[in-house]
Design a protein around this ligand. Structure first.
Ligand code: FE
Length: 231
């Protein structure tokens, strides 16, 4: 099997959220899709180890926020590389709670969908939750972020709990640039001096050594001391 083939499947970037006894949580998912139009049904694949899985099991409700192409990496990092078990991810995030109690983010989301679980499928490490849509609303117009855009343009990476995780995968590296790249040991994000970190106000062409000490990993928030030379 050639795992590179799987990179050619197309996905989006979403936050799947749920609620359990008033507590809320959400996580980045790329594997969400419409199943039928009548009844209007969607599905989402969630890792069994994740807190959001526990919440969906409990309330049988979930929401999906569809992220815009401009969504900054740190925002994705809050929902993709942190666990709701160690803190409330929504604490500093503008959001509302829907009729079911599920939260949806208002920043960087084009729209949201809320669903009630009608079926679920045990898929080894993940559960595929299938839900009938109970609510949906547009927030603003724009282009949805695709998973490919996240990888190629935003240079984001795939957490181990994602359905599409491939062991040993690293983001694309520009081999023509001689400047030393650095890798975050927490999340494997690679700082490439040729690209800088525009979301973090680091201009392209800035060597790692010249980045201010106040800068943090745009994906997981780790500080500069958590970076090691790459390659
Ligand atoms: Fe990191």
């Amino acid at each position: 099997m050639d795992p590179n083939v799987l990179h050619n499947l197309s996905y989006g970037m979403y936050i799947a959220s749920s609620v359990k006894e008033g507590a809320i949580n959400g996580q980045i998912v790329n594997t969400a899709f419409q199943i039928t139009s009548d009844p209007a049904t969607i599905a989402v694949s969630i890792n069994k180890k994740n807190l959001t899985h526990e919440y969906i099991e409990s309330s049988s409700r979930f929401s999906l926020s569809i992220l815009e192409e401009e969504t900054p990496l740190p925002f994705i990092g809050i929902f993709g590389f942190k666990s709701g078990r160690t803190g409330n991810k929504f604490k500093d995030i503008k959001h509302i709670k829907l009729g079911s109690g599920c939260p949806v983010v208002l920043d960087h989301a084009l729209c949201y969908i809320e669903a009630r679980v009608t079926k679920k499928l045990d898929c080894f490490t993940h559960t595929l939750f299938i839900g009938e849509i109970t609510d949906s609303r547009m927030i603003k117009t724009g282009r949805p972020m695709t998973y490919d855009y996240y990888h190629q343009v935003k240079r984001g990476i795939t957490p181990e709990a994602a359905p599409t995780f491939i062991k040993g995968e690293m983001p694309g590296i520009n081999k023509e640039v001689a400047m030393q790249k650095y890798r975050c040991v927490v999340c494997n994000y690679i700082y490439d001096p040729a690209l800088g970190d525009p979301d973090g106000n680091i201009a392209p062409g800035t060597p790692f050594e010249k980045i201010p000490d106040t800068w943090v990993c745009p994906v997981c928030g780790a500080d500069k001391s958590q970076f090691v030379k790459e390659g």
